[in-house]
Every structure is written in structure tokens, then in C-alpha cells.
Design a protein around this ligand. Structure first.
Ligand code: 2P0
Length: 350
């Protein structure tokens, strides 16, 4: 952490910066953390192509510290309070951060209150804006360092956000499987360790439930502290990470499907084993999973799912010319389980 602390060698001025940051979906899940936003196990995620947050920051230097935030043009006082607290927490890393007034305008490219997590792309975009300001104020121009520090700062806002900065497959959490990996920031998973079959995938997000979920991820993570299965889960996640690395290299799609679905179901099993227990899946989530399994059994076609901490289902299938049957099936059998017929069609390309 010492590396990212900064001295007070800076000159502030009024500035405006703009940054965009994508969302990500984990294949090996982060669920459970230690003090200081340290993950209990390594995770790996696909970066999405279309689901992004666009953020502009107007900084007025030498005014009293305050934060005003607008989401899609509407003032969000709760966001402002959260960001103000976040800025106070990271002052040792950006010593100029409390020396001005901020007007932050942010919007997501995915529908508002769709139930798609915006904290990853949101904190990713803010951290990028902060590092752009830091570059101006401190005169430090090392782009690699700037990216790494943006990931480090994004993590302190929301853990999964640190995986949104690089594109492609991204790893967060120290593991002997990935050189340079760290609990403090994410790193890119090497492109030459990824078989071509995984380099062009569809991720269609079925909006089973739109709107806020009943239990936040932060509370969900905290409940792992008393979950009797937590240690076993953290150990299994490490084993699964090693297995995933092999699968990514060899292009073993069958085992990729099996492991990705297992991770998603384990995440939700952990929620059910928490005290108090909670369930974020809806009946539509379960119906979709049942139908996907039947479809695969009948057709042998590579349609599978992963889940975030919510009811929506991420449908994963290779992006090639042979998937018309899969698309027809999604249209006729799966979309009817969405709340309002909405699907966010995203892509993963590496
Ligand atoms: C992940 N999730 O790996 C896991 C799997 C959701 C399901 O990280 O408390 O918003 O801000 O660190 O990162 C969602 O939790 O939680 C999450 P905080 P975060 O993507």
C-alpha cells in the first residue's frame, strides 16, 4: 500500500475530466473479504463491451471540499455522501483530494434500475477521473502506474470495480497462478494464455428482476464472516481458479461451462448458508437455469449461465455464425421469464 501513498508535491487548478469504464462479470467469484477491502480468494472476470459508466468530474480548486453528484441528470444526494466518504478515505493516496469542490455527472449505458450492478463500472470511472486529475496536479505521467493506481483506488470504492480497468480477462487477488497478481489491485490475465474459443463470447443479461435487490453485496460479503462454509469456499475458490487457468489455456469448453455454472451456484449457495439466510434468485432465475440444462442435454449446444449477486441471468454462448438455434431458444423460451421482456445484449471480446 505504501507504493501508492503520495507526497504533497502538487499544484491544483480548476479542471474538468471525463472517463468511461465498463462493467465486468466474474467467472471465479469474489465473495467474502477481510479488513481493508482484501479479498478472501482470487477472482477472475470477463470485461463487458457495452455496459459502461460515463463520468465527468468538474473540480473547483481551493473551494471548500464538497461533492455534488448527478445520475442521468438527477441529483443523487446519497451518491454524493458515499463519494464524499470515499474521498476522505483515500486522502493518503491523493493528498489534494479534499482541497476543492466536485460536481460529478454520471450515466450508465445500461438501463437505470435494471438490477445490473453499476458499482464496478461506477467506481472504475471515478477512479480513472481521479487519476486523470492526479496526472495534471502532480505531473506524474507513467501510464502503467496510473492504471494500476486507478485499480487500487477503485477497489477501495467497491471490490469488483478494480477488475474493470483493463479490458479482457482480469484477475484480482494474490495467487501463485498469475504472475504479479495482488490483493491490492487487479492485473490483466495474459492474452496468450487464453484459447481462441474464449475470445469472442456473447453475454446476454436476462433482466429477471429490475430494481433494487433485497440485500446489498457489502452486507452479503460481511455475512461470510460467520458462514460455517466460508473457509471451505475460499479454499475451493483457489482450487477452482487453478482449474480455470488450465481450462482457459486448453480451450476445454465443456469444463468451462461446468466450472462457470458451479461458481455461480456456489455464490448463491453461500447466501443461503448465511445467518440470516437470504436468497437473491427469483423463481424466473430457477426456471431459466432448468431450461438451459434441458436445452443443453437435448442439443449439446454451448449455452450456459453465470449469476451476479442478483436475480438476473447472464447467458453465455460463443459469438459465431452457428448460434441461431441458441438465439431462437432464448427468444421463445427464456425471455418470457424476464420481468418486462428486457435483455441487455453484451459481448466479451479479447
Ligand atoms: C464478484 N460480486 O466477484 C462478486 C460475485 C457479486 C457476485 O463483487 O462490498 O460490489 O463493494 O466490495 O464488489 C459484488 O460486490 O462489493 C461482487 P464491495 P462488490 O463480482
Amino acid at each position: 500500500m505504501k507504493n501508492f501513498t503520495a507526497n504533497s508535491d502538487f499544484t491544483i487548478s480548476d479542471q474538468s475530466v471525463f472517463e468511461t469504464c465498463p462493467s465486468n462479470i466474474a467467472l471465479i467469484k469474489y465473495w467474502g473479504k477481510f479488513v481493508g477491502q482484501i479479498p478472501a480468494n482470487p477472482s477472475i472476470s470477463f470485461t463487458l463491451n457495452h455496459c459502461k459508466t460515463n463520468t465527468s468530474v468538474d473540480f473547483f480548486g481551493n473551494e471548500n471540499f464538497s461533492v455534488q453528484t448527478f445520475l442521468s441528470g438527477n441529483e443523487e444526494k446519497k451518491f454524493s455522501e458515499k463519494i464524499e466518504k470515499y474521498f476522505r478515505n483515500i486522502e493518503i493516496y491523493l493528498p489534494w483530494i479534499l482541497k476543492g469542490k466536485y460536481v460529478i455527472r454520471t450515466e450508465n449505458t445500461f438501463p437505470h434500475s435494471s438490477g445490473i450492478a453499476s458499482s464496478a463500472s461506477g467506481f472504475g470511472a471515478i477512479a480513472k477521473c481521479l487519476m486523470s486529475l492526479d496526472k495534471i496536479f502532480s505531473g506524474k505521467t507513467d501510464e502503467d502506474f496510473k492504471l494500476k493506481k486507478a485499480s487500487f483506488l477503485a477497489r477501495l470504492g467497491s471490490g469488483s470495480a478494480c477488475r474493470s480497468l483493463y479490458g479482457g480477462l482480469v484477475v484480482w487477488g494474490e495467487t501463485p497462478e498469475v504472475k504479479g497478481s495482488s490483493d491490492l489491485f487487479a492485473v490483466k490475465f495474459p492474452d496468450d494464455e487464453i484459447h481462441p474459443v474464449f475470445k469472442n463470447f456473447n453475454d446476454w443479461i436476462l433482466l429477471i428482476h429490475e430494481g433494487e435487490k433485497s440485500v446489498s453485496s457489502t452486507i452479503g460479503h460481511a455475512l461470510m464472516n460467520t458462514n460455517p462454509y466460508a473457509e471451505r469456499r475460499f479454499q475451493e475458490a483457489r482450487e477452482n481458479f487453478a482449474l480455470m487457468k488450465k481450462i482457459l489455456k486448453t480451450g476445454d469448453l465443456q469444463n468451462f461451462i461446468k466450472l462457470t455454472e458451479h461458481e455461480a451456484l456456489t455464490l448463491h449457495a453461500m447466501m443461503m448458508m448465511s445467518d440470516p439466510a437470504f436468497i437473491l434468485m427469483k423463481s424466473g432465475t430457477l426456471e431459466v437455469i432448468r431450461k438451459i440444462w434441458n436445452f443443453r442435454q437435448e442439443t449439446d449446444l454451448p449455452l450456459f449461465f453465470t449469476l451476479d449477486a442478483g436475480a438476473n441471468v447472464h447467458l453465455l454462448f460463443p459469438n459465431n455464425n452457428e448460434n441461431q438455434k441458441i438465439i431462437n431458444f432464448i427468444r421463445s423460451e427464456l425471455i418470457p421469464h424476464t420481468q418486462n421482456g428486457n435483455v441487455v445484449k453484451d459481448l466479451i471480446s479479447i
